[in-house]
Write a protein that binds this ligand. Structure first.
Ligand SMILES: CC(C)(COP(=O)(O)OP(=O)(O)OC[C@H]1O[C@@H](n2cnc3c(N)ncnc32)[C@H](O)[C@@H]1OP(=O)(O)O)[C@@H](O)C(=O)NCCC(=O)NCCS
Length: 199
């Protein structure tokens, strides 16, 4: 039976796989990357190493990890740790990267080399942020909602005021999900939308 649970170290390979297979605005990005790990290096694994208590996994009927929610209750501290600890070895790893399979891969590696900059939303009442991704076979079964409610509970217990997240403009399906979960659109930059929720 499908269900959700706390993430463990052994889930890390699956987190990389899930991030790749949902990398194209929610769709499978496998054919767009020479390096199958570059997406997970930024959007999945670091969250587990920074704060595993806020990482949860959805498993399919065969107990295979097939979805996750990862995030942080303190975006300022997370971004600082990304820039000082997590990204430097990756920047060395990708120093001479030039053979990109797609614009998506080029953008991803550029982001790794640049790192997160000074944000806005964490300073105006939305200190937490998250990423949620489920493989296609697990979507539409209530597991996204279960992951989101569990993450929200974890963040709320820490007394955090709110959560923000960014969505690619091509992923309009996700817009509906976030609105259903109580998020409101804060801004629509050229690349998509920023959603926020205050407790
Ligand atoms: C977006 C995503 C996380 C949603 O999770 P899910 O498991 O498919 O959604 P759920 O089945 O838990 O739906 C929860 C609720 O949201 C509603 N919902 C889901 N998608 C919706 C949509 N596009 N529009 C309106 N409501 C939606 C459901 O009807 C359900 O409502 P209910 O509580 O009244 O039954 C999941 O589909 C996914 O991972 N997609 C691919 C990756 C992705 O796009 N990630 C987001 C990147 S920003």
């Amino acid at each position: 039976m499908e269900h959700i649970r706390q993430a463990t170290e052994q889930d890390i390979p699956y987190m990389y796989e899930i991030s790749l297979r949902t990398a194209l605005s929610g769709l499978d990005g496998t054919d767009y990357y020479h390096d199958p790990f570059c997406v997970g290096h930024y959007y999945a694994a670091p969250y587990f190493f920074f704060d595993p208590a806020l990482c949860f996994i959805a498993v399919d009927e065969y107990n295979r990890p097939s979805g996750y929610i990862v995030g942080t209750s303190d975006t300022v501290a997370f971004n600082s740790w990304m820039n000082s600890h997590w990204l430097p070895p990756l920047k060395i790893h990708y120093t001479n990267a030039t053979a990109y399979k797609s614009k998506n891969e080029e953008d991803m590696i550029r982001l790794i080399n640049k790192g997160p900059g000074e944000g806005v939303w964490e300073h105006v009442g939305y200190p937490a942020h998250l990423h949620i991704n489920l493989l296609e076979n697990l979507q539409g079964k209530g597991l996204g909602k279960a992951l989101m409610l569990t993450f929200m509970e974890g963040v709320q217990k820490r007394g955090v005021a709110g959560i923000h997240l960014g969505v690619d403009g091509r992923n309009t399906r996700a817009f509906g999900f976030y609105e259903k979960m109580g998020f409101t659109k804060l801004k629509e930059p050229a690349w998509g939308a920023v959603f926020g929720l205050k407790f």
